[in-house]
Design a protein around this ligand. Structure first.
Ligand code: IYR
Length: 222
């Protein structure tokens, strides 16, 4: 038995009817999330971002090591630096690094090396993955299941931002090493993705793409 303190779970039981409605309602809300690349410059209060980040920070993680760090950037100069560096990498990607197969897969999305959204959107949330944690004495502790943990926290962050009424874009310039440099992060943190968020441009367009139906993505063995 562990000596670690435990407490009773706080659990708010729903009636079967409430549960059905909640499950349906969440799906109806989240299915409206779209990846948006045309952002308005309209500002978004820091408080909204703070609460979304608090939601992201509740994610489960390997041994509860919470192997993430979020840098919320609204500073125009930093955004410009990130845009310039990302576009440099992306130019390489589109012109040389990406295979024909990869470029073909990206065709429906209409993406290219120009990343205006990195300057127009009011907030760039740069997500870092921490391979290690440090205890009070500065001893290095290994973190576990880091990509799974950070991936889950990003999922919660996207959901929280969408639920708050913002649009999002998961952006992964490749390679992303420059983000640690521009944002002065410790060497043992690795940039994981940028979550771009704000209001959509009034004329924002999104590609007509679908999501697979339930019977394609899930199997029930009941
Ligand atoms: N990082 C590039 C390419 C890109 C790759 C995938 I996979 C996407 O789903 C979208 C874009 C870019 O941002 O343009």
């Amino acid at each position: 038995m562990t000596d670690w303190p435990f407490e009773p779970l706080s659990f708010d039981e729903k009636s079967p009817q409430e549960m059905r409605e909640a499950a349906k309602s969440f799906y109806q809300t989240i299915r409206k999330r779209r990846t948006v690349r045309d952002f308005s410059t309209r500002p978004v209060a820091r408080e909204i971002i703070e609460n979304a980040l608090k939601a992201a920070g509740t994610a489960p993680s390997g041994a509860n090591m919470q192997p993430w760090h979020f840098v919320a950037v609204s500073n125009p100069e930093l955004k410009r630096k990130i845009k310039t560096a990302a576009e440099q990498e992306e130019k390489e990607f589109y012109e040389h690094r990406a295979s024909e197969e990869w470029l073909k897969a990206l065709e429906p999305l209409g993406t290219n090396e120009y990343k205006d959204f990195l300057e127009t959107a009011p907030w760039l949330i740069v997500v870092f993955l921490k391979k290690f944690s440090y205890d009070q004495d500065g001893n290095r502790l290994k973190n576990y299941y880091t990509p799974e943990s950070v991936g889950i926290s990003c999922g919660l962050l996207l959901s929280a931002l969408h639920f708050s009424g913002l649009v999002t874009l998961t952006h992964t310039p490749s390679p992303m090493k420059f983000l640690g440099r521009v944002l002065n992060r410790p060497k043992d943190e690795r940039a994981f993705m940028i979550i771009v968020t704000g209001y959509p441009d009034a004329a924002a367009m999104v590609p007509v793409i679908g999501k697979e139906p339930l019977d394609k993505i899930a199997t029930f063995e009941d």
